[in-house]
Design a binder for this molecule. Structure first.
Ligand SMILES: [Fe+2]
Ligand SMILES: [Fe+2]
Length: 146
């Protein structure tokens, strides 16, 4: 898998979420290298970081969607839930893989999934938030936090 790089078209013009997307891209790129080298120690860290990302980023993004009254919030939250399920299944397969070779195969499949999911989700679903994010400027200061 090629290294995935940040492109301006991924930007929501909202740094608190853009920065988290950039952080996740770094995790994916770490996974690209680790899976190629069968570096399981790093892959374990990558799985942990995925869970951290899911917990922090998804709840942040869902909170923002509520504040801007994003109309398609339910479908978006469902996409997040499906990602959580998918990544858990990959991890499960990775944990039980009986040989190093099979472990590496699962790691490579996981990386391919992460890259495709990230690009698809950010460029389609997350991107839909962009026109609504200007609403944050018009909220009372207490709600206009990042
Ligand atoms: Fe999202
Ligand atoms: Fe996102």
């Amino acid at each position: 898998m090629p290294i995935v790089s940040w492109k301006e078209q991924m930007s929501l013009n909202y740094p608190p979420l853009d920065d988290e997307h950039k952080d996740f891209l770094e995790v994916i790129n770490q996974a690209v290298v680790a899976s190629k080298q069968a570096d399981f120690k790093t892959m374990d860290v990558v799985f942990e970081k995925c869970y951290d990302y899911v917990r922090d980023h998804f709840s942040h993004e869902e909170d923002v969607m509520e504040r801007i009254s994003f109309p398609d919030i339910e479908a978006h939250m469902k996409a997040h839930q499906i990602f959580i399920r998918n990544i858990s299944e990959f991890r499960q397969q990775y944990e039980v893989a009986p040989t190093s070779r099979q472990k590496q195969e699962v790691a490579e499949k996981t990386v391919a999934f992460l890259s495709v999911w990230f690009l698809g989700h950010v460029l389609s679903r997350d991107k839909l938030l962009k026109p609504y994010l200007v609403r944050l400027r018009n909220l009372p200061p207490r709600m206009n936090y990042s």
